[in-house]
Design a protein around this ligand. Structure first.
Ligand code: NAD
Length: 424
């Protein structure tokens, strides 16, 4: 699947095929040995567990859970756990591989993993969710641990779910082991700055990209899609830093102000009303049209596959900073490259979250906690260095930033495998 333009729309929108297309291109450019490429693309472990749980009404139900550990070559497996009715093993497999590449791009000592439970949290009570979480953790027990595999929150899981996992694991091993998960509540070994980390990381790499164009944040117009953890935080921090957030796009509409939105006021409005609609500090605008506004930075921070062969031609951004995972398809990449758009790829742009998760794991293992300034300084150092590494690689190999990020990651993981050798 090396030639992205030969994809059908269905293939284009499949995250596993998209990941494979980038992997193949990067492996080919690196001249990776076929055998090593096979090792790199194959997950280390795929675990399926069946989780019997008594529901509140007394009925017994059996849920399916997955954990895929893609790589442990550079350190313990690391990655989130999602709860959703349509979770599939294929999706978890692709996301686990992405985590390997992301951790390698920012050069933190983790491999990659992802987990999921097929369930609909919207129809489950808190008590049912707790029982599912605890039994899922118990089933995975031999495969988890601070030196083995360290989960974190993902779609529909949060710090409470992490607290249950930490407690269940700790009860089984008979010692409180905070470093078995990250994204925990602050009072249970969570890290300062974790909530803001992904949005902050996006801002840091945007700052670096602007420097390349000789621009200041104050002259940069920003359009943000998704006003949740990543997009909301990025909007808040970037507006504080002087960026002009001209539009925010949400699932139910978009709001626009050419002079720049008052982001704290918009966040308050959304909290009070549950929506960004009817915000008095801006005008309503069509969601699709908002994506095509002329701007310096477009920050997709909602979901995958929002920039495709169907709409990439209409994008008028100079820089795309991928806060979300997989927002741009491989075919769209080509179209954007032809237009000269500078893309900061997801495995670099949104790696601030896993970087502060790494800080959380380090602090838990030390039993010594850092203040927020230290967290932010170290996050900045890692994001700036990683941006430099990726763009230097891109220039040296004459490839775009995404392929450069994959090449850098594959190279680092392949090197670790070569050093360790294949155990037989
Ligand atoms: P979130 O649920 O907090 O926020 C997502 C927001 O996007 C929500 O407000 C939702 O209403 C909105 N949205 C959904 N579909 C939309 C659409 N079609 N158009 C516009 N808005 C839409 O989630 P999040 O944690 O901010 O994650 C967003 C993306 O970032 C995901 O792809 C996630 O995998 C990725 N990501 C998150 C983190 C993190 O630390 N939270 C880290 C790395 C990557």
């Amino acid at each position: 699947m090396a030639v992205a333009t030969e994809m059908s729309l269905e293939q284009e929108l499949n995250p596993w095929i998209a990941a494979e297309a980038r992997f193949d291109e990067a492996a080919g450019r690196l001249g990776l040995d076929n055998g090593l490429a096979k090792v790199l693309r194959t997950p280390s472990k795929e675990i399926t567990v069946y989780i019997p749980v008594q529901l509140d009404d007394g009925r017994l139900e059996v849920f399916t859970g997955y954990r895929v550990q893609h790589s442990i070559a550079r350190g313990p497996a690391k990655g989130g756990i999602r709860y959703a009715p349509d979770v599939t093993l294929d999706e978890i497999r692709a996301l686990a591989a992405w985590m390997t590449w992301k951790c390698a791009v920012v050069n933190i000592p983790f491999g990659g993993a992802k987990g999921g439970v097929v369930c609909d949290p919207a129809v489950l009570s808190e008590a049912e969710l707790e029982r599912i979480t605890r039994r899922y953790t118990a089933e995975l027990l031999p495969f988890l641990g601070p030196e083995i595999d360290v989960p974190a929150p993902d779609m529909n899981t949060n710090e409470q779910v992490m607290a249950w996992i930490m407690d269940t694991y700790s009860m089984h091993v008979r010692q409180t082991t905070t470093a078995v998960v990250t994204g925990k509540p602050l009072d249970l070994g969570g890290s300062r700055g974790r909530l803001e980390a992904t949005g902050r990381g996006c801002m840091i790499v945007c700052n670096e990209a602007l420097k390349r164009f000789g621009m200041e944040p104050s002259s940069a117009r920003v359009v943000i899609q998704g006003f949740g953890n990543v997009g909301g935080m990025a909007a808040k921090l970037m507006s504080q830093a002087g960026y002009k957030i001209i539009a925010v796009i949400e699932i139910d509409g978009a709001v626009y102000n050419e002079k720049g939105l008052d982001v704290p006021a918009l966040l308050r409005h959304r909290k009070q009303t549950g929506s960004i609609l009817d915000f008095p500090g801006g005008e309503a605008i069509d969601r699709d049209e908002a994506m095509y506004l002329e701007c310096e930075v477009l920050l997709p921070a909602a979901k995958e596959n929002v920039i495709t062969s169907q709409n990439a031609g209409r994008i008028r951004a100079r820089i795309i900073c991928e806060g979300a995972n997989g927002p741009t398809t491989p075919v769209a990449d080509r179209i954007l490259a032809d237009k000269g758009v500078f893309i900061i790829p997801d495995i670099l742009a949104n790696a601030g979250g896993v970087t502060v998760s790494y800080f959380e794991w380090v602090q838990d293992r030390q039993g010594y906690f850092w203040n927020e300034d230290l967290i932010n300084t170290r996050l900045e150092e890692i994001m700036v260095n990683s941006f430099r590494d990726v763009t230097t690689y891109a220039a040296r190999h004459d490839v775009n930033n995404r392929i450069a990020a994959y090449m850098l990651a594959l190279d680092r993981v392949a090197f670790a495998i070569k050093l360790r050798g294949i155990y037989a």
